[in-house]
Write a protein that binds this ligand. Structure first.
Ligand code: C2E
Ligand code: MG
Ligand code: MG
Ligand code: MG
Length: 277
């Protein structure tokens, strides 16, 4: 009896594993196809100057418009893209599309904006990012000093020496650099001091519980003060309420993004929002 049950349990698990591997592979094939089939979209989330409420930029965030499954959020495909290396092609597409759109907005006489693009650790470490960026800027005519690249702590820490060199090369082209999801990784102050960064983005998890958790409020305030000491501007992510905004304002935070102003929008809707101002 026990033996029989053991066998069927084993059978159950192998079936489940085979099924999971199959779904994984199917998703990979569909995603590979999506890039060439023009199914990726860039959404733009406003970045706001805390002092005066003006939209001064936007973060470019990728979505996958699947003809059968609808709009797929990055949480459902970025990790797979990272593991399979597909993020190289996706990231390059997002960078080019964002710069193309940015150049078009400038030509249309819209207010001067900074556009921020996320770089994955894979792109940063394996790709030839310095050359790629300068090629895309030349192709699209988007000004280098309007482009911001967002890197995570893990990308910077993995190969610290190379990272510092690459950041200096990007900086030499006038590109701005931001550290994303700050506070969730393992970067130490000593390392942070060595990276030539412009912006530090406080992770949303420290903003969420303002004004209810004293700990998070102290962490957020400390990150703002530390960022300023290191000469960076500080941007808070995921601001949803007026209370959160008020607290961050009082602590001297420079910029914010969040649903309080707007979720990420398709290019045409973001443009409408800009024209309304
Ligand atoms: P991220 O770079 O930290 O982007 C911020 C995320 O927070 C976005 O999620 C945005 O929609 C969300 N968010 C902003 N404000 C609020 C708010 O007030 N409330 C809530 N609940 N959420 C808010 P999204 O667009 O789903 O992107 C998730 C992550 O996927 C990004 O986190 C980034 O790590 C990654 N990602 C997105 N696009 C790209 C890309 O083109 N390349 C790479 N490598 N990663 C990307
Ligand atoms: Mg999302
Ligand atoms: Mg980001
Ligand atoms: Mg973030």
């Amino acid at each position: 009896q026990a033996k029989k049950q053991g066998r069927s349990t084993y059978r159950f698990y192998t079936d489940a594993l085979t099924r999971a591997a199959g779904e994984h592979l199917e998703l990979e094939i569909r995603l590979r196809h999506a890039i060439g089939a023009n199914q990726l979209r860039v959404y733009y989330q406003p970045q706001v100057d805390i002092a005066n409420g003006h939209i001064v930029g936007a973060e470019a965030l990728v979505r996958w418009q699947d003809p059968e499954r609808g709009l797929i959020q990055p949480v459902n495909f970025i990790q797979l893209a990272e593991e399979t290396g597909l993020i190289g092609a996706i990231g390059e597409w997002v960078l080019r599309e964002t710069c193309r759109q940015g150049a078009q907005w400038i030509a249309a006489g819209l207010p001067f904006l900074t556009l921020a693009v996320n770089l994955s650790p894979h792109q940063f470490m394996r790709g030839n990012i310095v050359e790629l960026v300068s090629k895309v800027l030349t192709e699209t005519g988007f000004p280098a000093d309007r482009l911001e690249l967002e890197l995570t702590e893990s990308a910077l820490m993995a190969q610290e020496e190379d990272a510092v060199k690459m950041l200096h090369l990007l900086r030499a082209q006038d590109i701005r650099l931001a550290i994303d999801d700050f506070g969730t990784g393992y970067s130490s102050l000593a390392y942070l001091k060595r990276f030539p960064l412009d912006i530090l983005k406080i992770d949303k998890s420290f903003v969420d519980d303002i004004p209810f958790h004293q700990d998070d409020m102290e962490i957020a305030a400390t990150i703002i003060a530390m960022g300023h000491t290191l000469g960076f501007k500080v941007l808070a992510e995921g601001v949803e309420t007026a209370e959160q905004l008020g607290f961050l304002q009082a602590k001297g935070c420079d910029l914010y993004q969040g649903y309080l102003t707007s979720p990420p929008l398709p290019a045409a809707e973001f443009e409408k929002l800009l024209r309304k101002k």
